[in-house]
Ligand binder design. Structure first.
Ligand SMILES: Nc1ncnc2c1ncn2[C@@H]1O[C@H](COP(=O)(O)OP(=O)(O)O)[C@@H](O)[C@H]1O
Ligand SMILES: [Mg+2]
Length: 395
């Protein structure tokens, strides 16, 4: 819980991708686990994955991990992966320079004696980057693995010599990169081998990767080379608990001396359905309305006034999600408006196969847009998305 007041004039709610909320609801467990494991590392090393569909707060949780690590004296390399990085060469060329920058920033910054002592400590446990235990049989992958492994190793060494606790590597949009046997492309395995090669020498380098639920499968497939590297998994796919949504609304409002009536809170829980992005959308609409009406308590009147604007913002959010998809995905989703909801998983799969749309259904599940809810069922991650499709289909 933040104990400080918000700076004068600062908004209590901040809807927007990657925008840090003033109160991060329901993630205390994940943050505590991260801090503990980081402190214990490098023995065992910390490798964590953060999973979930869009809008559940993967990026803002990474922001929090980053600031916790920096406070604990770690240096951080952070990057967002994209389609360009989904090849061994592409990934190496994108990431290696980032490590070189950190190494450069941390060279020769501290006094010679302290530096000498730190280096002695390093020599004690530094056998160098440990490659060569096995080979991928692909010269490109081996070259990139060495290049990346060396870059990570040298950057970590520079950080430690400079008095840092270690080097944390944070990768967002990790689902963009995967191994592809058919095309003999192994970017993920190359990355994991480079990191675990450095970790094997007990160098304090830690890795956090965030992405859609499909990331877990991609990592598991690649991990057959890197033997169960990921000891921490934060799956943000499910809805937040009511108590967490309540805190997510009440704490930011209390910082601006604003209260909320109990019946209003209950109505808000129904609207938000545990979806983190909607805490920010509803919070902002309510706070702006309260300000406009000049009141310090959000009651039924404020709620009624704010409802239309909040609904419109949520609807725009859903429409952006739909229109961001390829045309055949959009058509498929609009067809789904004719089904009974929550979906019956087997029926959806059978129908998708009959219409050659199985790959689309699979990708919707991979991205977490459709989630397994109760066993045998599928539901949309975004609240009221089914009703939205119904409205769109009958337009
Ligand atoms: N735990 C949370 N509590 C309150 N608001 C949150 C939380 N997680 C995310 N948000 C809000 O939701 C929005 C989307 O978060 P973001 O990290 O961009 O999601 P993702 O990376 O999973 O798509 C942001 O406005 C953020 O402030
Ligand atoms: Mg994100």
């Amino acid at each position: 819980m933040p104990s400080h007041a918000l700076p004068q004039g600062e908004a209590p709610f901040l809807p927007g991708e990657g925008q840090n909320p003033t109160y991060l609801a329901g993630r205390q467990g994940a943050v505590a686990e991260f801090k503990n494991r980081l402190e214990a590392s490098p023995r065992p090393p910390l490798n964590a994955m953060v999973l979930g569909p869009s809008g559940v707060g993967k990026t803002v949780l990474l922001n929090r991990f980053e600031s916790e690590a920096r406070s604990a004296g770690w240096a951080v390399v952070r990057a967002e992966l994209g389609p360009e990085e989904n090849s061994t060469r592409g990934l190496g060329q994108y990431l290696a320079p980032k490590f070189d920058t950190v190494r450069y920033d941390n060279s020769a910054r501290i006094r010679t004696v302290a530096r000498f002592k730190a280096l002695l400590r390093w020599i004690h446990w530094d056998p160098g980057y440990g490659i060569g235990a096995f080979s991928l049989g692909d010269p490109e992958a081996s070259r990139t693995e060495i290049e990346l492994g060396d870059a990570i190793h040298d950057a970590t060494k520079a950080c430690v010599s400079n008095g840092r606790s270690g080097l944390l590597v944070i990768l967002d949009e990790g689902h963009e990169v995967w191994d592809d046997d058919e095309n003999q492309s192994y970017p993920l395995t190359t990355l994991l081998r480079a990191v675990s090669g450095v970790q094997r020498s007990l160098s304090p380098v830690a890795l956090v990767v965030a992405g859609f639920p499909s990331l877990a499968r991609n990592l598991a497939a690649a991990q057959s080379y890197a033997a169960r590297m990921f000891s921490m998994e934060a799956d943000l796919s499910g809805q937040l608990l009511d108590t967490d949504v309540r805190d997510g609304l009440l704490f930011p409002l209390s910082k601006v001396d604003c209260g909320v009536d109990d019946e209003v809170l209950d109505a808000l829980l129904d609207e938000i359905e545990g979806y983190p992005f909607f805490i920010q959308i509803w919070g902002e609409a309510l706070w702006q309305t309260a300000q406009r009406l000049g009141v310090q308590t959000i009651d039924g009147v404020v709620l009624d006034e704010a409802r239309q604007s909040a609904h419109e913002t949520c609807e725009r959010f859903r429409r952006r999600r739909l229109s961001g998809l390829p045309d055949d995905f959009q058509l498929y989703l609009l067809d789904l408006a004719h089904y009974r909801y929550p979906f019956h998983r087997r029926q959806l799969e059978a129908d998708a196969a009959a219409m050659s749309r199985r790959p689309i259904l699979e990708q919707l599940r991979d991205s977490g847009m459709l989630l397994p809810d109760v066993p045998g069922q599928l539901r949309f991650a975004i609240p009221d998305f089914f009703e939205f499709l119904d409205r769109e289909a009958s337009r």
